[in-house]
Design a protein around this ligand. Structure first.
Ligand SMILES: Cc1cc2nc3c(=O)[nH]c(=O)nc-3n(C[C@H](O)[C@H](O)[C@H](O)COP(=O)(O)O)c2cc1C
Length: 202
């Protein structure tokens, strides 16, 4: 069984989402020691934005020589995702949504014919065999009825993305109110780390 662990926070050891995603992976590793784990750090090794040449290459047009290495990296990213039975994502909220580093990764895994396709019934997800667990951290509170609810484009976006490619086994562990004050941060982090220990085994 293969697990892909992806982090995207730029805050290194200070990152909340990194601590929570690591706790999720620890929990699953303890429950299933034979898990094969692949790790990708999108802040340390960012992916380039897609260009017209990338899209043309997907249509069979020969890419310029300077793009060959990047296209190979993009293929690795897609292959890692396709091979994974479980995906654990660290996803902080930056400016009301995911970091651009994580968006660049999503741009490499949402590929027609690989993770979704269009048919007579409209779009169809092709990645339904995976379990995806997302560690979210947000500076404020965005729950139902809060003043900032309408600004929540992190969890809602990721639900849309993974739903689009057919992932039904989608779980979130959230640490909220991280920037409200030290007590809020401690409580949120402790709650998320505790929730990680309760996850069902791989
Ligand atoms: C560049 C940047 C933008 C942020 N934007 C928001 C935001 O729009 N809403 C919010 O609630 N918190 C925001 N925050 C706070 C983070 O969501 C919070 O600190 C969270 O813990 C970040 O996750 P991380 O610690 O894993 O990086 C922002 C933080 C940074 C660094």
């Amino acid at each position: 069984m293969k697990l892909l662990h992806v982090d995207s926070s730029v805050l290194g050891p200070h990152s909340v989402s990194r601590q929570v995603s690591a706790a999720i992976v620890d929990r699953l590793r303890q429950a299933t020691p034979e898990l094969q784990i692949v790790y990708r750090d999108l802040a340390l090794t960012p992916l380039a934005h897609l260009t017209g040449s990338h899209l043309a290459a997907r249509q069979g047009v020969a890419p310029p020589a300077e793009l060959l290495t990047d296209i190979a990296t993009g293929q690795d990213v897609l292959d890692e995702f396709l091979a994974a039975d479980i995906v654990v994502l660290g996803a902080p909220m930056y400016n009301f949504t995911i970091p651009s580093q994580l968006k660049a990764w999503i741009d490499r895994i949402l590929v027609a014919g690989k993770t979704f396709k269009y048919g007579a019934q409209g779009p169809q997800g092709l990645a339904g065999n995976k379990r995806v667990i997302v560690a979210i951290s947000r500076g404020g509170y965005y729950g139902p009825g809060t003043p900032a609810e309408a600004f929540e484009h992190l969890e809602t976006y990721l639900r849309g993305v993974f739903g689009f490619i057919g992932v039904a086994k989608l779980e979130f562990i959230s640490a909220d109110g991280i920037q409200v004050g030290p007590e809020h941060r401690e409580k949120a982090l402790a709650g998320a780390l505790q929730a990680a220990t309760k996850l069902h085994a791989a």
